[in-house]
Design a protein around this ligand. Structure first.
Ligand SMILES: *Cc1c(COP(=O)(O)O)cnc(C)c1O
Length: 422
């Protein structure tokens, strides 16, 4: 297998003689075939090819293949956004009466999906604290559990996932272990290497890397045997909407094929060809960028840790960080560009600090080339009281910082002058 940085540049697309060297944007909903039988074979999944962009498109395909190769999975299914990737992956295995067991420390949108929206459709979510013991989390799993869900690095509390702990529970019960790897990317960690079965992405973050294209992706690890358990009945019985296909009989690609054939067909939350093109282009420099994000973040974290106006700072690169040891095991090549810290003086001083920044911008986005900050207490979480915030681990002086790929000295200088002014 090629190295990850090579796959970032070369993966997913290999032109034939005379074809464009760069993945072209195939801006077409439909595809031409000479014979009706050719199309029929595609519909029956007997042949591989394109017939309608809701199900497959060559530009999107190149992106899916590249990411699947980077993750070591068997196939990828691109989606319109990270949220739709999570939704499709969940609905592919869970329905009314089922439950999912998820870490409480996950992306806010996923938390809302699991805690508010999915219950309306009869899917219950049982949350655990990432620091809970194996026994405590194990107790949440029952015969209706379809997924154990967590994030490799969760923000803004910057929790590093204990893969072994969750993977043991998942293996014991033969439940799918699904991991959102958005904030570290395969360059820093490949969840499939640590027992995950499905990897979820918001490609809107580091994969695109330039904050230009929304997107998501589901990677099927191909490492879950649906025939080994009765937990996933739908995989064991014929799908009447697909000529009686029994998905478990497909072996390694069961999850992915069902997700495309059923979920994409019926829900249609596809990634557009143009967004796939932009994301693919961004991914060519992913390995280089991640290196710089990590290097910069480490320097910024050290600076903040030693600044008298900073009350606390969370980044796994710091030796006294709660997740430093876990990060050595799962993120040995860098811990990503995301960190949180608190300035002394509470919410007010946090706002003052952010407004004093000159280069680093206040935006809701994270994980792109430009450094940015957000103060959840006065923006995304402003409807919550200080007590509510504390309960979900967000202090009112918490500033979320996404360290970009500018020169580290300039990032630190900006932070320094802003701290000097408060
Ligand atoms: C942003 C994000 C999502 C949601 O992705 P969208 O592309 O914005 O829909 C999901 N998970 C994580 C970890 C994220 O950072």
């Amino acid at each position: 297998m090629k190295k990850l940085d090579t796959i970032c540049v070369q993966g997913g697309y290999k032109p034939k003689s005379g074809e464009p060297r760069v993945v072209p944007i195939v801006q077409s909903t439909t595809y031409y075939y000479e014979k009706a039988s050719e199309m029929a074979d595609l519909f029956d999944l007997k042949a591989e090819g394109y017939f309608y962009t809701r199900l497959a498109n060559p530009t999107v395909d190149a992106f899916e293949k590249k990411l699947a190769e980077l993750e070591g999975g068997v196939l990828g299914i691109a989606a319109a956004s990270g949220m739709s990737a999570t939704l499709l992956a969940v609905l592919n295995v869970a329905g009314a009466g089922d439950n999912i067991v998820a870490s409480r420390s996950i992306y806010g949108g996923s938390y809302n999906l699991f805690s508010v929206t999915l219950p309306k459709y009869g899917i219950e979510c049982r949350f655990f604290d990432p620091d809970d013991s194996e026994e405590e989390i194990d107790k949440l799993v029952d015969e209706k559990t379809k997924i154990i869900f967590a994030e490799t690095v969760a923000n803004p509390t910057i929790v590093v996932l204990d893969f072994d702990k969750l993977s043991k529970i998942a293996k014991k019960h033969k439940v799918l272990f699904m991991v959102d790897n958005t904030l570290v990317t395969p360059v820093l960690c490949r969840p499939l290497d640590f027992g995950a079965n499905i990897v979820i992405y918001s490609s809107s973050k580091y994969l695109d890397g330039h904050a230009v294209a929304l997107g998501g992706c589901i990677i099927d690890g191909g490492n879950f045997d649906f025939n080994s358990t009765n937990r996933y009945e739908e995989f064991l019985k014929p799908d009447d909407s697909y000529h009686g296909l029994v998905y478990a009989s497909l072996g390694k690609t069961a999850f992915g094929v069902k997700c495309r054939a059923q979920m994409m067909r019926d829900l249609g939350a596809i990634m557009s060809p143009e967004n796939a093109f932009l994301t693919n282009l961004g991914m060519e420099t992913l390995a280089l960028r991640m290196e710089r994000h990590c290097e910069n973040a480490k320097k910024v974290a050290e600076f903040l840790a030693n600044h008298p106006k900073v009350e606390w700072i969370l980044h796994p690169s710091l030796k006294d960080n709660k997740y430093h040891e876990l990060s050595k095991k799962y993120l040995p090549n860098g811990q990503g560009g995301m960190m949180s810290f608190g300035v002394k003086g509470g919410s007010e001083k946090a706002s003052e600090f952010m407004e004093a920044l000159e280069m680093i911008a206040i935006v809701t986005h994270v994980a792109d080339s430009r450094s940015c900050v957000l103060h959840p207490a006065s923006t995304t979480h402003r409807q919550l009281s200080s007590e509510d915030l504390e309960a979900i681990g967000i202090k009112d002086n918490l500033i979320r910082l996404s360290v970009g790929i500018e020169n580290a000295e300039d990032i630190i200088d900006d932070i320094k002058q802003a701290l000097d002014r408060i």
